[in-house]
Ligand binder design. Structure first.
Ligand code: GLN
Ligand code: ZN
Length: 776
């Protein structure tokens, strides 16, 4: 008996284009170099290419409306008419420039006097934040307590029709109403956007009716909020919403898509909704296959997210089939779809472009289009039996076996070293108060010591030199001479301004993770494997494929050079293990925690080499520690335990008198303050200026004992703060912490700023510290 065919769905695909066409078209439009028409044509061509490519590769359920010029959450806000008053929109279709003003702010926006510094004549962008636990950032919809919604965009319908014109019947994707409200925010005190659901649903109902009228038979509605911890009224919101949606368009079938984790305690809710299909993430949560398959209604179409949409590894197809086989045996093929765990938006597009990648490493990878091919093989195996795709399955299994056995992946020395990690290696010799005495006498700093976070402006000149060096147009010697000149100028300049603790400026670094990854073994770098971080900003995360080790010092010569120029202390400057891990594509053959420990040992060696070279202060940045928090609260402790342990492993090898700094560029510490304290850094610099020091309450309440540099100057804005403002901020800090704990520094590194902004701001910052010392 031949079964009918198992469908192949992609859930969503990257929008940016193999050659970053979307980025270039956007930036050209924004800079006024090309008209809107050019941007819109480019976008249309990208959509068309995505549709035909999926069709040609054998994908049978092809999404539309997964494309976005900037961000799909922003698209949704615009679609439901949630455009804050500041953008001057008065109804009707939202103009392109209003859309981009919401995304990026505008200098000549309709609004003025919005109150945000630096934007007196324009309007600021919506806030941006991470999309669940991905490195994709979405624009946070801003809703008022008297929000009015109205269907204000026909994009889902237009794109469906656009695909139809070229003969591709698509399944439009829309962001579900509950997740939309859950990721939105409101300025109204104590107001929860979820309460707007009854007002929002009519817009979704209207949309679904219009989609049905346009000929849509299936629609994918994304509700990733179903993998979060929900309170009872949020679960009820799902029931309420989907009953209403089902009633609005009874013939339209809904594929409810969940991803990024297990449904867990929301499974019952998900299965009770009146939808025709359910997509589940079986990569993050393979254990939910069994319960989902056995509890789901017989006629529910299951979309099985078995190919990793969040990582770059090629799948082991036979083992996926082994796992799927029994669970799907009883369900008719037409009620099964195979899919990536989530939209392929989060992986690069095409591995074939990577012609310079190590051949073995390349043979272990699959990017978006390769993942489509894998799905097609799975579908053929499930529909027609494994023999039909014998060769493909064999190749897949062989690649998996080769990877598992490869000496490029396994380094017995590294594995022995991590196995030998002892508790004592994760503890400083003495407690903080002991260390502090030694550090005080060794360093002899004034009260309220001043410093910066590490980087100085990456000027056009610096970037040009780096690019020329990378292309081979600037020799190693000339490049180094250039960097030395920049470093020296930065040191001289910091001395002149009167900073107490100096930095070398990080001119030699392309990126705070890449710089280290390129010098560590076990890391691979790509040329074209871009993924969208936000809007037109894409990143190429390193790929950690093997055991990580360091063969030689990575930063010591730059530190030594900088320190040779001055009598003041220069901080050694490193990126921490958790941040390197969280901003990379990580191995899936060993636990993340294990890779993190390996990186920690490499950084530990670097710390010790810096100390040996004479560094008295070493900063280990953990910018991404908080963003690695799991989506479910119950998983936090395990993560924080190994993350903190890794930081301590990296930092604890030094003498008591060596001062360890860390830096974190965020401002929410309330819920992780135990972990922050457990890191036991002698000094932590954090982002606080925008929150007016309120977040220091967490440190005060905890009675945090170590030293803190609460950022007194917001480096995210070009605005130069006056000394008085900074004194005022420190005053707020002094209400919460003791004077002896406080350092004076900016919020974050200064690489994105211009020298014209940095100079006066730091002059003012030093003046502020002097005022404080006189008064103290
Ligand atoms: N030392 C880094 C810098 O100043 C820290 C950046 C960060 O944490 N984002 O650029
Ligand atoms: Zn920072």
């Amino acid at each position: 008996m031949t079964r009918s065919t198992v469908s192949v769905a992609t859930i969503g695909v990257p929008r940016i284009g193999r050659r970053r066409e979307l980025k270039f078209a956007l930036e050209s439009y924004w800079s006024g170099k090309s008209p809107a028409e050019h941007l819109l044509q480019t976008a249309k061509a990208l959509r068309r290419a995505n549709w035909t490519e999926q069709r040609d590769r054998g994908v049978t359920i092809i999404p539309s409306n997964d494309f976005s010029l900037y961000d799909h959450v922003l698209d949704t806000a615009v679609m439901v008419g949630a455009v804050p008053a500041a953008y001057g929109w008065t109804g009707g279709e939202v103009p392109l420039d209003t859309y981009f003003a919401m995304a990026r702010g505008s200098q000549d926006g309709a609004a003025s006097g919005c109150g945000h510094p630096g934007h007196e004549h324009g309007v600021t962008a919506l806030e941006m934040t991470k999309w669940f636990d991905t490195n994709y950032h979405y624009m946070v919809p801003e809703l008022s307590d008297d929000q009015v919604f109205a269907l204000s965009s026909t994009k889902p319908i237009d794109h469906f029709l656009e695909a139809k014109e070229i003969g591709v019947h698509t399944r439009p994707v829309i962001l579900g109403p509950v997740t939309f409200l859950k990721v939105a925010k409101s300025h109204a005190e104590g107001f929860n956007p979820i309460s707007l659901l009854p007002k929002l649903l009519p817009v979704y109902q209207e949309l679904l009716r219009e989609l049905a009228a346009a000929g849509v038979d299936w629609v994918q509605i994304d509700e990733p909020a179903l993998v979060l911890d929900l309170v009872p009224n949020e679960r009820d919101a799902f029931k309420f919403a989907y009953d209403k949606l089902a009633a609005a368009a009874p013939d339209l079938k809904v594929m409810l898509a969940t991803y990024f984790g297990a449904l867990g305690d929301n499974l019952e809710t998900a299965l009770s909704l009146p939808v025709a299909g359910l997509h589940v993430d079986l990569v993050r949560a393979p254990q939910q296959l069994e319960p989902v398959a056995s509890l789901a209604r017989e006629d529910l179409v299951l979309s099985l997210g078995v190919i990793d949409g969040r990582n770059v590894w090629r799948a082991d197809l036979p083992s996926i089939l082994d796992r799927l086989g029994p669970a799907v045996a009883d369900r008719p093929s037409e009620h099964i779809e195979v899919a990536p765990s989530c939209s392929l938006l989060h992986v690069p597009i095409d591995l074939e472009l990577e012609t310079a990648l190590d051949a073995d490493v390349k043979s272990w990878l699959a990017f978006s289009v390769q993942k489509m091919d894998e799905l097609v093989v799975l579908s053929r195996a499930l529909s027609g039996g494994r023999d039909a795709v014998h060769a493909e399955l064999k190749a897949s299994a062989e690649a998996a076996a080769a990877r598992a056995a490869s000496p490029k992946v396994h380094d017995p020395q590294v594995e022995a070293r991590t196995a030998g990690i002892r508790d004592a290696m994760t503890r400083r010799r003495s407690a903080f108060l002991e260390r502090r005495k030694l550090q005080e006498s060794k360093l002899g700093l004034p009260p309220f010591p001043t410093t910066t976070i590490g980087s100085f402006p990456q000027t056009m000149e610096v970037r040009k030199a780096r690019a020329a060096h990378a292309k081979g147009e600037l020799s190693q010697t000339d490049y180094e001479a250039f960097l030395k000149k920049e470093t020296e100028a930065a040191i001289r300049w910091q001395e002149e301004v009167g900073l107490d603790v100096l930095v070398h400026g990080e001119f030699e670094r392309n990126d705070m993770v890449q710089y280290f990854g390129e010098q560590l073994s076990g890391f691979a770098f790509t040329k074209h494997a871009w993924v969208q971080s936000y809007g037109s900003r894409y990143v190429r995360p390193p790929i950690i494929y093997g055991d990580v080790s360091r063969s030689r010092p990575m930063t010591v010569s730059w530190w030594r050079y900088a320190q040779s120029l001055t009598g003041r202390p220069v901080k050694g400057m490193l990126t921490g293990p958790v941040t390197i891990l969280n901003w990379s594509f990580v191995r899936n053959d060993i636990p993340r925690s294990q890779t993190c420990r390996q990186i920690a040992l490499a950084i530990r060696d670097e710390v010790l080499d810096l100390e040996e070279a004479g560094a008295t202060m070493i900063q280990i940045d953990e910018a991404a520690l908080r963003e690695g928090l799991p989506l479910r609260r119950s998983d936090w402790k395990t993560y924080l335990d190994w993350a903190v342990e890794s930081f301590r492993l990296a930092s604890s090898g030094v003498d008591d008198a060596t001062q360890i700094h860390t830096h974190m560029c965020y401002s929410e510490f309330n819920d992780i303050i135990d972990a922050i304290a457990a890191m036991d850094a002698d000094v932590i610099s954090i982002e606080t200026s925008r929150s007016k020091m309120e977040l220091l309450d967490a440190f005060r309440n905890y009675k945090y004992p170590n030293e803190i540099g609460p950022g007194v100057y917001d480096i995210h804005s070009p605005r130069v703060p006056e000394a008085e403002e900074m004194v005022h901020l420190v005053k707020l800090a002094r209400e919460r912490l003791s004077d002896a704990q406080l350092w004076i520094n900016p919020d974050c590194g200064l690489k994105t700023r211009k020298w014209e902004e940095v100079r006066p701001a730091l002059v003012n910052m030093v003046a502020a510290a002097k005022q404080l010392r006189v008064a103290a």
